[in-house]
Design a protein around this ligand. Structure first.
Ligand code: IPD
Length: 297
């Protein structure tokens, strides 16, 4: 019910702020450490803090909501592959933007999403570096709360629809898969987003510019906030996007991707045109979130 969700939101916000303190401490410690663990290659980073934050969050959820299920990035890496059921399920990335966290680039966050009956219904994204807290409940709007001592809570609403991609500020991400196939496909999409057709870039939309915040959840949040018009990425995992989906949608944004099948982590087809929502996009791990429907076919 709406009031049950509001009570879960209060719990989740407190948890995000507690986790945020650990994330800030960890970022300081990691920046002075000599080495960072790598997952599949030298750019896919994980730290002891990703694991520690996830453990903290998982145990607090288990205490407060013993009946809820849990999907988390680090638990998944360690082999936990729970089926997605109709039960309430937290879907958590303890540190989204781990590369930023390691470098001290202040765009990393904890992303806590709640799925119910296989749909994301509640999202909390907290960037402790900037003290930006994004919250949303399905049907109850999205909010940005800045600061912690005298927090300022602002409703998020997508500004007027964008008429053309050529007027857009677009988020893209490089991701951690740097193989030829993926990177060639992605960078050709970047070329078409940014390229000038008058200068020979076939299909170029000459967007105002491209940005990479380095965190999928914060890209979603920034679209909700209106600072970005669109975010396109191949290869997101459910925990990267679950909370962001609710926040973006509740601000009036449009999200396409495989969020109806949050646990299907099939690899995407990087050559897919980002401007077309194809069955492959719907089936794969590709996400497009836009501030409002623009000149998408
Ligand atoms: C990653 C970040 C990155 C995005 C990847 C994510 P992580 O999450 O959000 O910006 O490009 O798709 O997996 O590894 O920092 O938790």
């Amino acid at each position: 019910t709406p009031s049950a969700l509001r009570s879960v939101l209060t719990f989740t916000v407190n948890l995000a702020r507690t986790a945020g303190t650990l994330i800030l401490e960890g970022s300081q410690a990691v920046q002075s450490a000599s080495d960072v663990n790598e997952k599949k290659n030298s750019v896919d980073l994980v730290t002891e803090y990703d694991v520690a934050v996830e453990e903290l969050v998982k145990s607090e959820i288990a205490k407060a909501y013993p009946g809820f299920k849990f999907i988390g990035e680090e638990s998944y890496s360690a082999g936990a592959r729970p089926d997605l059921t109709d039960e309430p399920t937290f879907c958590v990335d303890p540190i989204d933007g781990t590369t930023n966290f390691v470098h001290g680039f202040p765009f990393a966050c904890i992303s806590l999403g709640l799925i119910y009956q296989k749909r994301p219904v509640l999202g909390v994204v907290f960037n402790p570096f900037l003290e930006h807290l994004y919250t949303a409940i399905e049907g109850q709007g999205a909010y940005l709360t800045r600061g912690s001592s005298q927090p300022l809570k602002l409703p998020l609403a997508a500004p007027k629809p964008l008429n053309s991609l050529s007027k857009a500020l677009v988020a893209i991400e490089w991701g951690s898969d740097r193989g030829e196939g993926t990177l060639t496909g992605k960078s050709s999409s970047f070329l078409r987003l940014a390229g000038d057709p008058a200068e020979g870039i076939v299909g170029g939309r000459m967007a105002h510019s491209l940005r990479s915040l380095g965190s999928a959840a914060l890209n979603f949040a920034m679209v909700a906030q209106g600072g970005l018009d669109m975010y396109w990425e191949i290869g997101c995992w459910p925990w990267d996007v679950c909370a962001g989906i609710v926040i973006a949608q509740e601000s009036g944004g449009v999200v396409t991707g495989s969020h109806t099948a949050l646990t299907s982590a099939t690899s995407g087809n990087p050559s897919t045109d980002p401007f077309k929502v194809t069955p492959e996009i719907l089936a794969g791990r590709k996400y497009l979130v836009i501030r409002a429907i623009a000149d998408t076919p």
